[in-house]
Write a protein that binds this ligand. Structure first.
Ligand SMILES: [Zn+2]
Length: 235
């Protein structure tokens, strides 16, 4: 079943329940617990309960010639800025997309040159990868990236000491690369969404783009504000 059909089905269920009179009693419950139990698969329920706060959407492994621009279009329509951690190998040929990310206020960070585990290389090689990708981004945007997301989240003390970049990890893994289903991705993120969450996604699948924009709509309606990772306050 595709996403639109699922959404239509959800609305049909909600409307049917409203006709049965149950919806009204659920809506009258202020604490939201009834709504959560009632809707079951209505993925916004938990997010509504824990409404408010800030979230950072982050996208790794791009830019992607097919999917990054539709994502940028959707984010622009919604006035939302995200954080992109780029691969040097993917920047080549997609420079205009990188420039657009910067022009539209998104944060651009380094993911690496070719998605290798930086902790499995010599520190010199790892630093070279980071520096090379950083220089590519700087040449396009005129800004020096300050944040790095190491592939697989693998980082170590040596790298930390040797670079002035700030590593950025994540608190919510959307598993978008594995699920490849818009509805499931939305549900997996919404169940863990909370104030200060850093959401990991990949702008290389149509389902990821659809899910990201759906998440922006749902979670904004739940009272969340989307920020770039540099805007998240660290306790
Ligand atoms: Zn990656």
């Amino acid at each position: 079943m595709n996403f639109r059909k699922k959404l239509a089905l959800l609305f049909a269920v909600l409307i049917t329940d409203a006709f049965l009179g149950y919806g009204l009693s659920v809506m009258l419950r202020a604490d939201g617990t009834a709504r959560e139990r009632h809707t079951g698969t209505a993925v916004s329920a938990k997010a509504r309960i824990r409404s408010g706060g800030v979230l950072a959407l982050t996208f790794d492994d791009g830019p992607n010639a097919a999917y990054t621009e539709p994502l940028l279009d959707g984010l622009r329509e919604r006035g939302v800025r995200a954080s992109f951690f780029l691969l040097g190998d993917c920047i080549r040929g997609n420079e205009a997309i990188v420039k657009r990310m910067c022009d539209e206020g998104h944060l651009i960070g380094v993911h690496g040159m070719s998605h290798t585990d930086l902790t499995r290389e010599s520190t010199e090689e790892a630093l070279e990868q980071i520096a090379e990708t950083r220089a590519m981004i700087e040449a396009i945007t005129g800004k020096t990236p300050e944040y790095v997301r190491p592939p697989y989240g693998n980082w170590n003390e040596e790298l930390n000491e040797a670079t002035d970049m700030t590593p950025v990890f994540w608190s919510v893994d959307s598993l978008d690369w594995k699920l490849r289903d818009t509805w499931q991705i939305v549900r997996s993120v919404e169940k863990d969404a909370e104030n200060g969450a850093v959401i990991l996604m990949h702008d290389e699948f149509d389902t990821s783009v659809e899910a990201a924009l759906q998440l922006v709509d749902n979670l904004t309606a739940s009272g969340y504000t989307f920020v770039t990772v540099d805007e998240l306050t660290v306790d």
